[in-house]
Design a protein around this ligand. Structure first.
Ligand code: NAD
Length: 406
């Protein structure tokens, strides 16, 4: 299997070909600044003790405090956490927010733990890394299988050591300093970007859209698009998808999912593979990685791909899409709405002054639209695809911040 950190290093090479980074800067960008490995003893409900291994990787903080989620998953691996911490640095830089990149993880299957065991594990994680995090050092957030509730426990543990300090962690429940709009931020940010992209490729409200994945990212963007009058013709989840070329009634799809536990069967049944190959204008992968590959890429008919999921397209497929003139908007740009509103949460916590939802949305829109156009400019300037353009722009920004600190 490919080492995910090697993939990041390849990206760095690609950007360096265009940017000709200073040797010192290039070396700094090849390794995380700090890697923390911890072993957390947790008292289980039956009185036994289990020790869980966890990590916090602090990749680069030249532009601001390290920022990135904490993942709970049985397959968490240090190389993966290192790679994700680097991608976070790029993601924050591409939307130009004053944050660096970090990531955390614990090797655990959270579904096998009771709620109180999960709480003890989460508090134990913070006790183990508290000296390395803080509002101006490193600001964690939720990721795969970590929730607002878990962020609330983590905040409480940190504050039991340092006193009140809500800006140490984002993605918190509203009651303890979370931001309005954080729950829908990823989809909302992607939605603002999609509207810009539609204009660029001369598509309008009649564009047909298929969304793969009906979770936080996918279902929310389907709802936003539907409410705005767009035609979402297909959606899917892990059980399969549904398709109606005239457009789906998304609130009814939600009801179906609520009742039956899936969107499969709401309209004409399709598989997840078929969804990506539909004769639509836009596809939005919002579920898993590696779904657009060398195998299916030639069958893709869409003109735009908006990557809400992380890593849905393989590098072989990327090259074919570029050749076929498919306009792909890469994950580090498309799904950066989440970290952008996390940054807003941090700002609000530091100010002790909380914004209305309209204010959050307006500020998010400004950042997403500007970032989209900056990446598009780099695409033209360097004659590359949007993904490479996003890498060049973000790595250039990080490199400049490193240089200014020399
Ligand atoms: P989620 O768990 O809320 O939803 C995932 C959805 O994908 C579910 O509907 C699930 O049924 C579906 N799914 C699972 N296996 C599938 C399969 N084999 N085929 C098709 N669908 C399948 O997750 P989410 O938060 O919506 O995240 C989805 C993607 O977006 C991930 O790649 C995640 O990293 C990325 N992302 C999410 C956020 C966020 O704020 N939620 C931010 C950035 C990136």
């Amino acid at each position: 299997m490919e080492n995910p950190f090697d993939n990041y290093l390849k990206t760095l090479d690609i950007a360096n070909e265009k940017l000709k980074l200073k040797a010192k800067v290039l070396e700094v960008l090849k390794k995380p600044k700090k890697v923390i490995e911890i072993n957390i003893p947790v008292e289980m409900d039956d009185g036994s003790i289990k020790v869980f291994t966890g990590y916090r990787v602090q990749f680069n903080d030249a532009r601001g405090p390290f920022k990135g989620g904490i993942r709970y998953h049985p397959t968490v691996h240090l190389d993966e956490v290192k790679a994700l911490s680097a991608w976070m640095a790029l993601k924050c830089a591409v939307v130009n927010i004053p944050m660096g990149g970090g990531k955390g993880g614990i090797i655990v299957n959270p579904k096998e733990l009771s709620k109180s065991e999960l709480q003890r594990l989460s508090r134990g994680y913070i006790r183990a890394i508290h000296e390395s995090i803080g509002p101006y050092k490193d600001v964690p957030a939720p990721d795969v299988y970590t929730t607002a509730e878990i962020m609330g426990w983590m905040l409480d543990e940190y504050e039991s050591i340092y006193g009140r300090n809500p800006a140490v962690i984002t993605g918190k429940p509203l009651e303890v300093g979370g931001s309005l709009g954080r729950d829908k931020a990823t989809a909302q940010g992607g939605y603002y970007i999609l509207k810009e992209a539609l204009d660029l490729v001369d598509l309008d409200m009649n564009a047909t859209i298929a969304v793969q994945g009906f979770g936080n990212a996918g279902a929310t963007i389907a709802k936003l698009l539907f409410e705005d009058g767009f035609k979402v013709v297909a959606v899917s989840d892990s059980k399969g998808g549904c398709y109606d070329e005239k457009g789906l009634d998304i609130p009814k799809v939600f009801e179906h999912k609520e009742e039956k536990g899936t969107v499969f069967g709401y309209a004409k049944k399709i598989t997840n593979e078929e969804l990506l190959e539909l004769p639509v204008d836009v596809i939005i992968p919002a579920a898993l990685e590696n779904v657009i590959t060398a195998k299916n890429v030639e069958k893709i008919k869409a003109k735009i791909i908006l990557e809400l999921a992380n890593g849905p397209t393989t590098s072989e497929a990327d090259a074919v899409l570029f050749k076929n003139d498919v306009f792909l908007i890469p994950d580090i740009l498309s799904n950066a709405g989440g970290v952008t509103v996390s940054y807003f949460e941090w700002v609000q916590n530091l100010q002790g002054y909380y914004w209305k939802l309209e204010e959050v949305d307006a500020k998010l829109k400004e950042i997403m639209v500007a970032s989209f156009h900056q990446v598009y400019e780099y695409r033209k300037k360097f004659h590359v695809d949007m993904r490479t353009a996003a890498y060049i722009l973000s790595i250039e920004r990080i490199a400049k911040a490193i240089e200014k600190r020399e």
